[in-house]
Design a protein around this ligand. Structure first.
Ligand code: HEM
Ligand SMILES: *[C@@H]1O[C@H](CO)[C@@H](O)[C@H](O)[C@H]1NC(C)=O
Ligand SMILES: *[C@@H]1O[C@H](CO)[C@@H](O)[C@H](O)[C@H]1NC(C)=O
Length: 513
């Protein structure tokens, strides 16, 4: 009796043949991580995970699960998230056997089949790339870094002064969040490419890069939520979805801008300047590599840094005692000659020496980390044991371990009872050295850790310090819509802000726009 004739007599049989292995598989998958607690159903189905990513507050969802179910919580059949610094340090350590997971790595590709430092899943290649690129990200091999940065900080201040000043006779509200986005995009292209897209000069989102990028992240967020990132690797779909260099707008258009600039530089000789491109090329990156890596800098660095600046602006403007202290520190630095007269730009070294400014930056990054993607890593095939509260915990092979960003940076055990409050003084007044060290080490995680630590951290810190110092010195800022200061959405761990409307009054006499 053949299977088909059996099937026609027993119509439930084929269904059973599929269902039984599936149920066995589901039970095994469930049991693999049954030691970890999570929201109802999360051990069986992806639904919790999917809804968390599809909502506009995933950072809070991932915090809630750790608050409720422990420092390692289960958010999907094969997915854990943790708020433990110790666990994250072990997972991301320089010599860790963990690897990137497919869904998180592949969403960082800009073109099908082509990897960059953020999407590379082969750790040997990833580590080699880091070594090739780290010198270019630092000021050591990129001596033009600070002077290039200053050009764009000056343009940012000039843009506000020339177009958006308020006076007692006329008030001009403007979205300062949009201008910080222009600043961040221009800075990355200025540093990475030697030429910006011209956002600040034109006071516009050139080639609709920001708009199209946000749309791209939204599409990615839907594909990622349903675990469909592989769809983008199907050539027929990839050809339609991925940016094309002939496009008139968006990432494709920006890719063309990058390619043209890089080709010009290659023709003239890359070593004619001491910048990022020259350093990367010296360490073996090909022209094609340069195009890929420059574009990923924009994706990794522009939104994050501008979010950081926006969050700091909002927190300073809503805490008058902080605003006053910060402005006093800035004014004293100017009076003491630590900063050149406006429109000159404070040096990185001088900005770093201002304790209250640095405490404000640290506190704002803590209370509102700009990147909250869980950045999961895969447990090696041998499994791994981590320590949680002094007890060993076994992580089974192949499990995805993600990072619950808000839970870590709002942990009362590290920061005390007022962890949800913006209080820069916590960084200056803490007397307990051990506690301060733990706070510092926790804070470092905002930029990732070990083998994956953010290469752009020094650039971001320089940009935030200078931008905030110069805003404080040049303008008196106030919120234009205090009852609803901005619109915020979290998409795939990035924050999209709109309508951070402010008024800016000039504080500096004699500087003409
Ligand atoms: C406040 C701003 C920023 C924050 C919070 C931030 C955060 C992070 C985090 C958490 C990671 C780790 C990813 C992982 O674990 O897989 C990372 C990686 C990275 N970031 Fe940033 N970042 C910022 C700014 C920048 C800037 C300005 C640039 C470029 C100029 C940049 C370039 C990179 C690169 C290239 C990596 C990949 C490192 C690797 O895979 O080895 N970031 N960043
Ligand atoms: C914490 O970090 C600050 C810099 O942000 C540093 O000045 C201080 O010495 C550090 N303290 C400890 C105990 O690590
Ligand atoms: C975020 O989602 C909530 C509820 O789903 C909605 O009311 C709100 O308008 C959304 N916010 C934005 C900025 O889209």
């Amino acid at each position: 009796m053949g299977l088909f004739s059996l099937a026609s007599e027993q119509p439930w049989l084929p269904a059973l043949l599929v269902a039984v292995p599936y149920v066995i598989y589901k039970i095994q998958a469930y049991r693999k991580l049954s030691a970890f607690k999570g929201p109802p159903g999360s051990g069986w189905f992806e639904l919790w995970h999917i809804t968390a990513w599809l909502g506009n507050n995933s950072h809070l969802k991932f915090k809630e699960v750790c608050d409720k179910y422990g420092v390692i919580a289960r958010v999907g059949p094969n997915d854990l998230v943790t708020s433990s610094r110790e666990v994250l340090s072990q997972v991301n350590a320089v010599r860790s056997p963990y690897t990137r997971t497919r869904w998180s790595a592949r969403m960082a590709r800009t073109r099908n089949g082509v990897d960059n430092i953020l999407s590379e899943m082969n750790e040997e290649i990833h580590v080699r790339k880091r070594h090739q690129m780290a010198p270019g990200y630092s000021g050591k091999e990129n001596r033009e870094l600070e002077s290039t940065m200053d050009v764009y900080i000056a343009k940012f201040i000039h843009l506000i002064r020339s177009r958006y000043l308020s006076t007692p006779y006329h008030v001009t509200p403007f979205d300062i969040g949009e201008k910080t986005q222009f600043l961040a995009v221009d800075v990355i292209n200025g540093i990475g490419l030697g030429e910006s897209l011209g956002d600040l000069d034109n006071d516009e989102d050139r080639f609709e890069y920001v708009k199209q990028m946000r749309l791209g992240v939204r599409i990615n967020s839907i594909l990622t939520s349903f675990g469909f990132t592989w769809v983008q690797e199907i050539p027929w779909i990839a050809r339609r979805l991925q940016p094309k260099e002939e496009d008139a707008i968006g990432l494709g258009r920006v890719l063309r801008h990058c390619r043209v600039r890089i080709q010009e530089r290659v023709k003239r000789g890359l070593s004619e300047r001491s910048d990022m491109l020259a350093s990367f090329a010296r360490h073996g990156l090909t022209t094609e590599d340069l195009v890929n890596e420059v574009i990923i800098q924009l994706i990794a660095g522009a939104d994050t840094t501008s979010t950081a600046i926006r969050c700091l602006i909002l927190h300073v403007l809503t805490h008058p005692p902080v605003y006053k202290k910060l402005q006093d520190e800035v004014d004293s630095a100017v009076a003491a000659g630590k900063a050149p007269a406006a429109p000159g730009i404070i040096t990185e070294a001088a900005a770093r020496s201002l304790p209250y400014l640095q405490a404000c930056i640290k506190e704002s990054l803590r209370i509102h980390p700009p990147l909250t993607t869980t950045l999961p890593k895969r447990v090696p095939d041998s499994g791994d044991t981590v320590m949680v509260d002094g007890k060993p915990v076994f992580l089974p092979p192949g499990t995805n371990v993600g990072y619950s960003v808000y839970a870590l940076h709002r942990d009362k055990r590290t920061y005390g009872e007022d962890v949800d409050e913006f209080r820069p003084e916590r960084w200056l007044l803490e007397k307990d050295e051990a506690r301060l060290l733990a706070m510092n080490k926790t804070h470092d995680m905002i930029f990732g850790y070990g083998r994956y630590q953010c290469l752009g951290k020094p650039i971001a810190q320089m940009e935030i310090s200078k931008a905030i110092f110069e805003l404080m010195r040049n303008f008196e800022l106030s919120l234009a819509r205090p009852e609803n200061p901005w619109k915020q959405e979290n998409v795939l761990g990035l924050f999209f802000h709109e309508d951070l409307l402010v008024h800016a009054v000039d504080r500096v006499q004699g500087v003409t726009a």
